[in-house]
Design a binder for this molecule. Sequence first.
Ligand SMILES: NC(=O)c1ccc[n+]([C@@H]2O[C@H](COP(=O)([O-])OP(=O)(O)OC[C@H]3O[C@@H](n4cnc5c(N)ncnc54)[C@H](OP(=O)(O)O)[C@@H]3O)[C@@H](O)[C@H]2O)c1
Length: 297
Amino acid sequence: MAWGTRKLNDGRELPEIGFGTWTAGSGQTVVDQVEQAIETGFNHIDTAQYYNNEYETGKGIKESSEHPWITTKWSGKDNKGIRQSLQESLEYLGVKSVDLYLIHHPRLVNGDAPASWAEFEEIKKEGLVKSIGVSNFQIEDLESIRLAGESTPAVNQILLHPYVYSQTAPLLAYHATHNIVTEAYSSLYPITHEKGGPLDKPLSKIAEKHSASEAGVLFAWARSKGAVIVTTSRQKSRLEDYLHSGDLELSDKEIKQLDEAGGKFQAWKTKQKALKAVAWGLFAVEGLALVRWWISR
Ligand SMILES: NC(=O)c1ccc[n+]([C@@H]2O[C@H](COP(=O)([O-])OP(=O)(O)OC[C@H]3O[C@@H](n4cnc5c(N)ncnc54)[C@H](OP(=O)(O)O)[C@@H]3O)[C@@H](O)[C@H]2O)c1
């Protein structure tokens, strides 16, 4: 397993692959899934106030024999502010501090990112969180913090897969310039939500060549863009595969093939929509004819 750690701009080391609890549900299932992930070798757990399962996540962590890195997020649930949200998260998770605390979305800051960031810096000084970062921030959101003269977020957790790469590339370049670690979520989107898309062929060919899974190739692609991965699975075998994929290195040619196929997504999607509209049109015409025939009998 070649997943290591990534140095953050505050000097701390973030494990390069994390297990997320967004889709883990609620109740004992979450406890079991978190425990399973840790026992399989994940040393980084990613949760959020919004996921409504911090209590079960904390229980899963306590029931395992390890002490993983814990990330949680201020999601503004029930309009709760940063301090109250964090106090509740710490209580639910059963810890005195978390490793990383993120602003879940820029809309939470009501147009004043520096003010929320100043609060984040305060709770960090107080030792309630060890590192601070953001999620789903765009360049202008990050710039507003930087121009206010505040410290730079340690990470920005964002959607990253080949189908959104062309739009995301400037943000990745900004991260690299300002020493912000990219955390990629939903990297498997092309195989979980858009099967049949332009990535299918090169992805399966590259996976076959490396005797790897398509998920492993997508993670390797995201890593080639400088990202750390946040993923999930209910299945132990998939978790094992994710961890093994840390060894997979793609060639420049393979990365380019995936970039190019990813860039064809919008055109493919537009064509799909047009075909669907035509199919619905034909269906409607035929349906109308059938109704007319039925009435005229
Ligand atoms: N900050 C944010 O706004 C934000 C947004 C979204 C997500 N996240 C974080 O990122 C984590 C992961 O998000 P995600 O679930 O979207 O990540 P993902 O890594 O893209 O997808 C994980 C899912 O892929 C499925 N999968 C794996 N291999 C597959 C295959 N070969 N074919 C079909 N399905 C396959 C797994 O299903 P099985 O369970 O069946 O194996 C699992 O549910 C979340 O839990 C959360 O912590 C953060």
